[in-house]
Design a protein around this ligand. Structure first.
Ligand code: MTE
Ligand code: MO
Length: 208
């Protein structure tokens, strides 16, 4: 197989903060949060990743599994912070930079937000600046190993600068938006999950 991995890892800027942990956070070897629902099966013959809709992208684009595997890779060293104040430090992710996806599409200038969709209906909304941040990627591997089914195999989004619920596992779709819309956790009735989800400003609760 041709190696498509390049260069030194990108160091997520948040790992250089002093202190390194957001206020009140505790380091943990594993985020102790159960995933919703069952772990989806993976069938490489039918898997695809779809980028939509028109006219926000000039054409709808679907990557097959082999097309996705042929995209160039990056490694990203990053921490992951959860809304219940646990932090999983020192993750070395490998995958496709969201900026590679950006290079493959023509995005209209009025696009401001992204909704990332998973198998079985999970989704998360975010700003395009967060989605296209230098340390954001569609990860295939963690710490030198293929993702486990629990970790989102075959592909999970990783957005180190946002709370972990934005790092959608089992990604299948990327939907561009001009206006923000709630994802799964943001739309649970009575949900206090904020739309943005910045661990560093303690945006743990929805504020006016
Ligand atoms: N598809 C999907 N992605 C998901 C979730 C989920 O339930 N389904 N849970 C989110 C939440 S709430 C957290 S805390 C992290 C947990 O990631 P981990 O299992 O790798 O620790 O995944 C996020 N991504
Ligand atoms: Mo979570």
């Amino acid at each position: 197989m041709v190696s498509v991995m390049a260069g030194e890892p990108i160091i997520s800027p948040d790992t250089r903060r002093q202190p390194r942990l957001p206020p009140g956070h505790t380091p943990t070897p594993i985020l102790l949060e159960p995933t919703l629902g069952e772990i989806p099966p993976f069938d490489p013959a039918h898997w695809d990743l779809t980028i939509f809709p028109r006219p926000f992208v000039s054409e709808v684009k679907s990557f097959t599994w082999s097309q996705f595997l042929s995209l160039p890779r990056v490694r990203v060293f990053a921490d992951m912070h959860s809304i219940d104040r646990q932090s999983k430090l020192d993750n070395l992710w490998e995958g496709v930079s969201t900026r590679v996806i950006q290079d493959q599409i023509q995005l209209s200038p009025e696009v401001r937000f992204v909704m990332v969709h998973a198998e079985y209906g999970y989704s998360a909304n975010m700003r395009i600046e967060d989605f296209f941040a230098e340390d954001s990627l569609l990860a295939l591997r963690l710490d030198g190993r293929e993702l486990t089914p629990e970790q989102g195999y075959p592909v999970r989004l990783v957005i180190p600068r946002l709370y972990s619920w934005k790092s959608v596992k089992w990604v299948r779709g990327i939907e561009f938006l001009t206006e923000d819309r709630p994802g799964f956790w943001e739309s649970v009735p009575g949900s206090q999950y904020p739309f943005h989800g910045d661990p560093w400003t303690e945006s743990r609760f929805r504020e006016k």
